[in-house]
Design a binder for this molecule. Structure first.
Ligand SMILES: Nc1ncnc2c1ncn2[C@@H]1O[C@H](COP(=O)(O)OP(=O)(O)OP(=O)(O)O)[C@@H](O)[C@H]1O
Length: 259
């Protein structure tokens, strides 16, 4: 597998606090990687750096693209999203008054700008494109068992369904890398187990790379091929789930022998 995204000596200071400090990591093609660490370890800051929401203090983030390796630091989040990086947030960010289907279509249409004239004049091509997008959206919703909720207002769905819709919206942009920030937060054990299976399925079926932040250790150990552990902004360990579970520094610092 070759490196898709590479982080080198990445640092982010907030005043005197180094939220992320000299971190090196790589995300390879079609991998499922977890990022774990105690509260305040710098996980979300690292996500924000990679997806352009936060500008690094030092270091670099590069992405392999069809037109060579591109530097991501300094680019706006929407440019980075256009390059194939999609994410969800810890707090849900949906168009709460819109239907489930419209929430997904909005993510898709940002990548379908070519039909401006036909959409302005409602030419046949507009209806053709619309029918294709609706079918694609419904296919994505089916994967998450949400096809029957297509007409439901997002706000009227249970919390777990809203979180699943966030993932569908991120997938609708056809990303190369999907960043999931605590996708199972607030879900019950059955919902978490179902979500674990779905995350693995989409990573394999779509051939994409997934990086997830997660506190639920059973989800992490079941789903991840590789794990990075952060502590006080620094990388404490990297390895397979088995290696991480046996790593004494990780056990001492974070897992407390409970895994
Ligand atoms: N915009 C900011 N301004 C100042 N300090 C910040 C900012 N964002 C994060 N921090 C600080 O940086 C540190 C890392 O925070 P971060 O949210 O990245 O950790 P985390 O590992 O994602 O934590 P959690 O698991 O609780 O979500 C914390 O001490 C936090 O208070």
């Amino acid at each position: 597998m070759s490196v898709l995204l590479e982080v080198k000596d990445l640092t982010k200071n907030f005043g005197g606090l180094a939220a992320v400090s000299n971190v090196n990591m790589h995300l390879d093609d079609n991998e499922l990687i977890a990022l774990i660490g105690p509260n305040g370890a710098g996980k979300t800051t690292l996500f924000n750096l990679m997806t352009g929401q936060t500008v690094p203090s030092a270091g670099s983030i590069t992405l392999r693209t069809d037109s060579g390796v591109q530097v991501l630091n300094g680019r706006k989040p929407y440019k980075i999203a256009d390059m194939g990086l999609a994410r969800t947030f810890q707090n849900i960010r949906l168009f709460k008054e819109l239907s489930v289907l419209d929430n997904v279509l909005i993510s898709m249409t940002s990548k379908n700008k070519e039909g401006l004239v036909s959409s302005l004049f409602r030419l046949p091509a507009f209806y053709k494109t619309e029918a294709r997008l609706v079918k694609e959206a419904m296919d994505l919703l089916k994967i998450f068992h949400m096809q029957d909720l297509a007409d439901t207002t997002a706000n009227n769905m249970p919390y777990g369904a809203q979180r699943r819709l966030e993932i569908v919206r991120a997938l609708a942009t056809k990303p190369k890398i999907l960043f999931l920030d605590e996708p199972a937060a607030g879900m019950n054990p059955e919902e978490t187990a179902a979500l674990t299976a779905t995350i693995r399925q989409i990573q394999q079926d779509f051939g994409i790379t997934v990086l997830l932040i997660e506190h639920d250790m059973s989800l992490v150990m079941n789903v991840a091929e590789r794990i990075y552990v952060l502590q006080y902004g620094k990388l404490l360990a990297e390895g397979t789930p088995q290696e991480i579970q046996a790593n004494q520094a990780v056990i001492d610092a974070y897992l407390g022998g409970g895994v």
